[in-house]
Design a protein around this ligand. Structure first.
Ligand SMILES: Cc1cc2nc3c(=O)[nH]c(=O)nc-3n(C[C@H](O)[C@H](O)[C@H](O)COP(=O)(O)OP(=O)(O)OC[C@H]3O[C@@H](n4cnc5c(N)ncnc54)[C@H](O)[C@@H]3O)c2cc1C
Length: 370
């Protein structure tokens, strides 16, 4: 199957104690696992790894169709061997074969700011250029992780994949902050894309980067991720400013016959922006006016007021908001969505008072507890 291959033999006191949890974990990440006499075969991301547990060692042989698949599989195996090795066992991993040179991770791109555009007082569009960006163009996966270097650094330092297959992070002083953003526009042939940033109070690294961004600045980008547009007879979009880039992109990519509505919360009329959408989609702007972001109940109330007839059209609900509105809409949606008919994606894009890292950690803990 392959054109590239890599092998390693890792000394481990109890290789079986590592192999079991490694397989269980990769199964959760869409790997297929096959047990064959004397070996375990893992199929992941187009590549294949054969693992043999022997006396005090784990032998791994990987085959993959391209360098990205090879490196991803090397990293998946190496990082989980390290994670699941019993305390005191410090695995040393050295690969032979292809892909031995330290490199940027395959899903990572370095982008250069080309220009900026103030869309409204609190929304700034950053235009970027980068090579080989086709993987980021899907409407199925709209968001990316941006790596924002500390502003006082002369040269950005990016995470690298080491020759051991493990991710090497820059030192804490050099390490970029990571924030999730949505690709608002992308032109693969031209190698350009645009991201819309909310400029908010208590600016973290994302908002602060956008506020100071100038042509020539560099950012890292990894991904894409998430779930995006589905096909339905009716669309219901709900968002505040943070979900507006995704809704704007989905609206302009709907078929011209699409029906439904978009409810968009912004601070005031000055924060509205022109959106291209099919004639059958009505767009309603909700204004917070004096209330700070994250404290208005307009989206939740507007969702409650929507009709949802038992025999109405098959609906796709897409909602991205602050955490309070998210909690209300998710719980109301659970009561209203019709099993087997409606689809939905209801997510919390930020939480007032928490940075994105803190909010992501909280979401992870909640998912684990559930
Ligand atoms: C999948 C996904 C896609 C996203 N896409 C976009 C996008 O395209 N554009 C965009 O602007 N945002 C987007 N967001 C939201 C963005 O990631 C968060 O707003 C993030 O917290 C901003 O990072 P920061 O460094 O500016 O602030 P942080 O360091 O994360 O937070 C600092 C403080 O600012 C507050 N804060 C964060 N965001 C806001 C806000 N919008 N308004 C008011 N206060 C805020 C926090 O609660 C915290 O108190 C997306 C989020 C997700 C999960």
């Amino acid at each position: 199957m392959s054109s590239l291959s890599a092998e390693t033999t890792i000394a481990l006191a109890q290789p079986d104690a590592v192999l079991g949890p490694l397989c269980d974990h990769l199964l959760e990440h869409d790997a297929q696992i096959r047990r064959e006499p004397g070996e375990t075969v893992i199929l992941l991301g187009g590549g294949q790894a054969r693992l043999r547990a022997g006396e005090g060692l784990l032998a791994v042989a990987i085959e993959a169709p391209d360098l990205a698949a090879l490196q991803n599989l090397k990293r998946a195996i190496a990082s989980h061997v390290v994670e699941f090795a019993p305390a005191g066992d410090k695995p040393v991993i050295g690969w032979s074969g292809d892909g031995q040179v330290a490199s940027l991770p395959p899903e990572f791109r370095v982008l250069t700011v080309t220009s900026t555009e103030q869309l409204s007082p609190h929304m700034k569009r950053i235009h970027l250029r980068g090579d080989d960006i086709a993987r980021y163009a899907s409407l199925e996966a709209l968001h990316v992780r941006l790596f924002l270097p500390p502003p006082d650094l002369a040269e950005p330092v990016w995470p690298m994949l080491g020759s051991d297959g493990l991710l090497q992070l820059p030192s804490p002083e050099q390490r970029p902050a990571v924030r999730k953003y949505t690709i608002r526009q992308i032109d693969v042939a031209a190698g350009t894309l645009a991201i819309d940033f909310v400029l908010h109070d208590d600016a973290g690294p994302g908002s602060a980067f956008a506020a100071r961004a100038r042509a020539g600045d560099l950012v890292g980008m990894a991904g894409p991720g998430g779930r995006g547009l589905k096909t339905a007879e009716r669309y219901v979009f709900l968002c505040d400013e943070t979900g507006l880039p995704a809704v704007g992109r989905m609206l302009e990519n709907l078929p011209t016959s699409a029906q439904g509505l978009a409810l968009i919360e912004v601070a005031n009329a000055g924060e509205e922006q022109p959106l291209a959408a099919p004639a059958g989609i009505s767009i309603r702007w909700l204004h917070r006016e004096a209330l700070p972001a994250g404290q208005a109940s307009g989206l939740a109330e507007a969702f409650d007021a929507l009709t949802w007839d038992a025999d109405g059209p098959e609906t796709y609900l897409w909602s991205a908001t602050e955490n309070e509105a998210f909690r209300h809409i998710r719980s109301a949606a659970r009561q209203r969505l019709r099993t087997g008919l409606d689809q939905h994606l209801v997510v919390s894009y930020w939480r007032a008072g928490l940075s994105e890292d803190q909010h992501a950690a909280e979401k992870k803990a909640a998912a684990r507890a559930a």
